[in-house]
Design a protein around this ligand. Structure first.
Ligand SMILES: Nc1ncnc2c1ncn2[C@@H]1O[C@H](COP(=O)(O)OP(=O)(O)OP(=O)(O)O)[C@@H](O)[C@H]1O
Ligand SMILES: [Mg+2]
Length: 486
């Protein structure tokens, strides 16, 4: 057996000291992963490095950080699931000098893996469970990892695991298993949330479990599905419930104004800054800040928000003083952030920060069985007529509808019907669906795009007629349609 570290040179030792020190000082799990990844890529000469999170709940591997020095699009980088599975099973570092010859990998039929020349990977364990995998490989340049790389890895694997375990607060670890545990929990109710369908019970359990943990939550769902209600429920069921809760809409607001709202400013920081003003982060200190329509944040603000999440500190505009804050961030969006990441318009690192847990509010059409309950609730709520009723036929009509505007649309419809009905009974004739109810709060650009797609569909793909009806030239419609892929 070889003695350990025979192949390490002075540079390696320096590296070990430096990295160990860095890790000892770094308290944040995400930063530790970043540092490890960058440094190990450098010292091993790997072309691709990644941190792969293991989601024990869904038994899936999620590549959370990638560095691909071959300048490939990160999203296109191929990884071998077989390698991940092997580490999950054996919990040991993997080192191959040449995957095309190594007997261990000869059995893997995948053509893709043959493109990977050499692999170095080791497990990160937290509380004896696989937390994730640090992964490195070499492909295009086809260089092998040497014995020193293996020794470095065997040295860093346990240290990295330990540091990570310490850095991940107990709460954060729990968060990752919440989904699983929540399935075992008894049903409870959320404030103001109506619904008894399985899907709503599931949502309730998840919210109840997530609320006390203090982790960042990302709420996604169509318009009018109750994202605001969920955010507020999380706050009210958390230990921050007696502190402030502030909701801030991030869409349709110029970036500079939103920035001064959030961060505050010093007198004279810009024209019109006539006095010092604390921002929302300070105002909500100790409590919860709900950032609605997070997908609309400018690139600049995305970076600034990431920093707040990393350090829990802010600087007012025009000021150098750093202020410590303690704020739980809940974010919401009805946009596809994964797609935005792919298109390069949303920061991936910010996404993972915000999205320790994702809560999806289901569209109403996926929980039609809740419609009678909701209809009766809105009928009684806010209308001063306790005698008001709704016929079975009317309920049936409501249940057959598609609800593009979800609960908000239902709420508005019931309230309007209640006002318009001649007596104390709402019949199916009082139910009038209005598609425009699907209130839109995206950007102007999105609104235009949506209008164009809808109009083209309405005219069965006849662009000439669609353009005519929109009073725009056929050419500009064609350009737009091409851009939208319709
Ligand atoms: N489960 C529910 N029970 C009772 N009311 C609900 C429920 N879900 C939504 N609502 C009501 O529907 C309306 C819209 O809900 P909310 O504002 O939370 O939706 P949202 O998902 O934030 O929509 P948007 O994306 O348009 O901001 C509100 O008046 C809310 O009270
Ligand atoms: Mg909302």
């Amino acid at each position: 057996m070889k003695t350990l570290f025979t192949n390490l040179n002075e540079g390696h030792l320096e590296f070990i000291f430096g990295l160990t020190k860095l890790m000892a000082e770094e308290k944040d799990a995400h930063n530790i992963l970043d540092v490890l990844l960058a440094q190990l890529i450098e010292i091993t000469g790997a072309e691709v490095g990644a941190f792969v999170f293991y989601d024990s709940v869904s038994d899936a591997f999620k590549v959370k950080r990638i560095k691909n020095l071959n300048n490939k699009n990160d999203g296109d980088t191929y990884f071998s699931e077989t390698v991940f599975r092997r580490i999950l099973k054996e919990r040991e570092a993997i080192l191959t000098f040449d995957t095309s010859e190594d007997g261990d990998y000869a059995g893997i039929k995948s053509v893709e893996i043959n493109k990977i020349h050499a692999i170095l990977a080791f497990p990160l364990e937290v509380k004896n469970e696989l937390y994730g995998i640090m992964y490195f490989d070499s492909r295009e340049n086809r260089q092998s990892f040497n014995e020193a790389s293996r020794q470095l890895l065997s040295f860093f694997a346990p240290i990295a695991s330990l540091t990570l375990e310490q850095a991940l607060s107990a709460k954060e670890i729990t968060a990752e298993n919440i989904v699983l545990k929540s399935q075992l929990d008894v049903h409870s109710k959320l404030p103001r949330m109506i619904g008894d369908s399985d899907i709503m019970r599931q949502l309730t359990r998840l919210v109840t479990k997530v609320a006390p943990t203090d982790v960042s939550v990302l709420i996604t769902g169509e318009n009018g599905t109750g994202k605001d209600l969920v955010a507020r429920a999380i706050h009210e069921l958390s230990s921050r419930k007696d502190k402030a809760y502030i909701a801030q809409f991030a869409g349709n607001i110029p970036s500079s104004i939103l920035e001064s709202e959030l961060f505050g400013y010093k007198k004279g920081a810009f024209t019109g800054a006539n006095s010092d003003k604390p921002g929302l982060f300070e105002a909500v200190n100790g409590g919860t800040l709900f950032l609605d329509e997070i997908g609309e944040l400018s690139a600049d603000l995305q970076t600034k928000l990431l920093r707040v999440l990393q350090n829990q500190e802010i600087k007012r505009l025009g000021e150098n003083t750093v202020r410590k804050i303690d704020v739980r961030i809940i974010a919401a969006t009805n946009r596809d952030l994964q797609k935005m990441i792919h298109e390069g318009t949303f920061r991936e690192d910010l996404y993972y920060r915000l999205n320790v847990i994702t809560i999806v509010t289901p569209p109403l059409r996926e929980r039609r069985s809740d419609i009678p309950l909701l209809a009766n609730y809105f009928l009684k709520e806010g209308l001063n007529n306790p005698k008001l009723q709704i016929t079975q036929k009317a309920i049936k009509k409501l249940m057959g509808y598609n609800w593009p505007g979800n609960v908000r649309q239902l709420e508005n419809l019931i309230k309007r019907a209640a006002i318009l009905s001649n007596d104390d009974t709402i019949t199916d004739e009082d139910i009038i669906f209005d598609e425009n109810e699907n209130s839109f709060n995206g950007t102007m650009e999105e609104y235009k795009n949506r209008l164009i797609s809808e109009r083209v569909k309405e005219f069965n793909g006849n662009k000439t007629l669609a353009a005519k009806s929109l009073d725009i030239s056929l050419r500009s419609l064609q350009l737009k349609a091409k851009e939208l892929g319709i």
